[in-house]
Write a protein that binds this ligand. Structure first.
Ligand code: PMP
Length: 363
């Protein structure tokens, strides 16, 4: 054994994460560009101050008030009749999904997704000692149900992980696909990762509507994106109570700090205001997609707060050109494609200028 005695499969592995660079325009990690208002900040600060008085004690392990607040929000955002027992939360939906893999994956079991997809999924599987299989999507990034059915039959996964809208493509899944997957999955769980659900276009449904029909369906959400609360680290899910109960077995005791619970509950009381930037971001997204297409680029249809565009012979040179001009985007997705998060109109104007200038120089 060599020192440190790292697990064999972790040797030489780089920690996950996009570069955190100090640049004027950051459009690389799908954050919300609109910071909470002074009023919301003041209310969060008061709630945190109240929680601080109790910090000598461990927090509510069941985070009951927060679960009730999240259930009420979900019922206003595509769900109906969801109660606190059907809600679970953790430090970011990253942690929620790791817990799902810890509870429902494990040695001898397999988790499956369909590429291109969120690049953290194989890491949850690895960290939960779960086998990992990645299928593919159609060329236009839509879901290939026939291929999925074959892969599920071949590998009998215990967890199927699918973002809708998908990251990095922005593609949402239709209800019939989700329903068919839940049926094909048998007793396996189907996790529809709705980190970007609030940004979906008019007419795109939420998987929350299907919860009453499928006991193996899990819908995860986050406060990091639409709620402008990435720094607070609060992700959550809705599912059958048995699924939430099982997660209580693998969570660390008191995993949600009193400060996190107070922050998230205060933010939920201001949901309308915090979500106020969503409409502007959706329009800005549609404008960005139209502009990129008008420049002759390919752009995947997007239901999220980002879009994937290409195809560039040397995408790294384009990414670097933008960075040299003060605009940080993400080099991710299939070869030749780049992903840009949607920012303020000023930030998107800076992105457009930087892209135009970069491509003129590269010609
Ligand atoms: N799911 C998807 C599809 C994501 O893109 C992200 C964040 N990039 C997450 C989950 C995790 O978000 P968080 O941990 O901040 O809730």
């Amino acid at each position: 054994m060599t020192f440190p005695p790292l697990r064999e499969e972790l040797r030489g592995v780089e920690p996950y994460g996009a570069p955190q660079l100090d640049v004027p325009v950051c459009l690389n990690v799908n954050e919300n560009p609109y910071a909470p208002s002074a009023k919301v900040v003041a209310d969060i600060a008061t709630a945190v101050a109240e929680a601080a008085v109790t910090l000598n004690r461990y927090p509510d392990r069941e985070f009951t008030e927060l679960r009730e607040g999240l259930a009420a929000y979900l019922n206003s955002s595509g769900g109906s009749g969801i109660v606190a027992d059907q809600v679970w939360a953790a430090n970011g939906s990253n942690e929620v999904m790791l817990q799902l893999l810890q509870a429902f994956g494990g040695p001898g079991r397999t988790a499956i997704s369909f590429a291109p997809t969120y690049s953290m999924y194989p890491e949850y599987a690895r960290d939960a000692m779960t086998g990992w299989v990645a299928g593919r999507r159609h060329e236009d990034f839509s879901f290939d149900l026939e291929h999925a059915a074959a892969l599920i039959a071949e590998h009998t996964p215990s967890v199927i992980l699918l973002p809708s809208p998908n990251n990095p493509t922005g593609t949402a899944l239709p209800h019939d696909v989700i329903g068919t997957l839940c049926e094909l999955a048998g007793d396996a769980i189907v996790v529809i990762d709705e980190a970007y659900a609030e940004f979906r276009r008019e007419g795109t449904p939420s998987a929350l509507e299907l919860l009453p029909a499928y006991r193996n369906l899990v819908v995860s959400r986050t406060m990091s994106k639409a709620f402008s609360l990435a720094g607070a680290r609060l992700g959550y899910l809705a599912a059958a109570p048995e699924i939430c109960d099982a997660l209580r077995v693998v969570r660390l005791p008191y995993h949600l700090s009193a400060v996190t619970q107070a922050t998230a509950s205060a933010a939920l009381r201001h949901a309308d205001e915090l979500l106020g930037g969503v409409a502007a971001l959706r329009s800005e997204r549609d404008r960005t997609v139209a502009w990129l297409r008008a420049q002759g680029h390919q752009v995947a249809d997007s239901d999220a707060n980002f879009c994937l565009f290409g195809v560039f012979a040397d995408r790294h040179a384009v990414w670097q050109g933008l960075l040299d001009r003060g605009v940080l985007i993400r080099e991710t997705g299939p070869e030749g494609w780049l992903r840009v998060s949607i920012g303020t109109p000023e930030e998107m104007a800076a992105f457009q200028d930087a892209l135009t200038d970069t491509l003129n120089h590269l010609l």
